[in-house]
Design a protein around this ligand. Structure first.
Ligand SMILES: Cc1cc2nc3c(=O)[nH]c(=O)nc-3n(C[C@H](O)[C@H](O)[C@H](O)COP(=O)(O)OP(=O)(O)OC[C@H]3O[C@@H](n4cnc5c(N)ncnc54)[C@H](O)[C@@H]3O)c2cc1C
Length: 293
């Protein structure tokens, strides 16, 4: 993004410059909404460092096929998130799908298009392509397993996480592909493998999600924790506390906590280190070629 801002800062043609400064995010679920909000914050905070850019020149467009973003949460939280994100300058297109990307333009299902150099895809994930080639039964493209995570018709073979579809005990549905679930599955599956090898009872995977949290821009969030809805600063603090609790190691936790503490007082510290620019790639190539073999 910094490289695109630098390029746009030097670009004399208004059309090319607008495309460089337009970032389209396809999909208004957790990943899309959080990414779009973070990019928008970053653009607004950093464009002031570029002499010929105005913060209003840079824009993030969030394209979502449903009526309300964040469909995993209650609609009122989604509507709140939409309002806050729109107030922060995000362009949210509802009931619209991204159909493709042709000649530098994002094609939309409403017949329109958006000239943009950057398109981010967050409209759903699919299992690793390797899964399709495995000789076992699939369910919606995932490996079919029972509640113990045993692969159907393959005794002694197990599957968990995003590649597997694990049934819930009551409603005939399946658990969603999230890290929260994958981590909990790993503990149950380890016990089941031990039981299969050394004897003992296997346990079915039963999991109650603790909650869902999304950050929707600087110091704002939406959350549902243990069935209770939160929005605004408190939801954002829950989001930060949750992420911090998942960071491994006390030292790293402390470093991040201090950094986040400073972030509450000071503006973002934005530095261009040049990694990934064309100039650096060229320089890297030259160095590699000139190195003794
Ligand atoms: C953008 C995004 C945001 C997300 N945000 C959240 C969130 O906020 N909260 C949440 O709970 N979940 C989130 N998820 C979902 C979460 O990341 C996954 O559900 C979780 O990582 C699944 O764990 P896994 O171990 O099944 O798969 P992965 O974490 O994908 O691990 C699979 C591993 O297998 C390796 N691998 C692939 N092919 C091979 C091969 N042939 N041989 C050997 N190794 C191989 C891969 O490199 C990878 O390391 C998010 C996902 C995405 C894409």
């Amino acid at each position: 993004m910094i490289e695109l801002l630098s390029q746009a800062n030097r670009e004399p043609l208004a059309e090319a410059r607008a495309a460089m400064l337009t970032f389209v995010v396809a999909g208004g679920g957790f990943s899309g909404a959080e990414t779009a909000a973070a990019m928008n914050d970053f653009l607004k905070a950093s464009s002031k460092f570029f002499s010929s850019l105005d913060a209003r020149d840079a824009k993030v467009v969030l394209v979502h096929s449903g009526d309300v973003i964040l469909p995993e949460l209650d609609a009122k939280l989604g509507i709140y998130a939409q309002k806050m994100m729109a107030a922060a300058g995000l362009d949210i297109r509802l009931k619209t799908r991204v159909l493709g990307y042709v000649d530098g333009k994002v094609q939309l299902s409403d017949g329109g298009s958006i000239a943009a150099n950057t398109l981010l895809w967050t409209a759903g994930v699919s299992p690793n392509p390797l899964v399709a080639s495995l000789p076992c039964r699939k369910e919606r493209g995932h490996i079919a397993v029972n509640a113990y995570m045993e692969v159907a018709d393959w005794p002694g073979v197990w599957a968990l996480g995003d590649c597997a579809l694990i049934p819930t005990p009551t409603d005939g549905k399946f658990y969603p592909p999230t890290a929260q679930h994958a981590e909990a599955q790993s503990k149950i599956l380890a016990g089941n493998i031990r039981a299969a090898v050394h004897g003992g009872d296997k346990k079915p995977f039963v999991f109650q999600e603790l909650g869902k949290v999304a950050a929707i821009g600087r110091r704002r969030g939406v959350a549902n924790v243990l069935g209770i809805d939160f929005s605004g600063l408190i939801a954002w603090m829950i989001w930060r506390a949750l992420n911090l609790s998942l960071i491994p190691g006390a030292e790293r936790k402390l470093r991040i906590m201090l950094d986040w503490g400073l972030d509450l007082i000071f503006p973002k510290d934005i530095v261009e280190i040049g990694i990934g620019t064309e100039r650096d790639r060229r320089r890297c190539n030259i160095t590699m070629k000139s190195e003794p073999t």
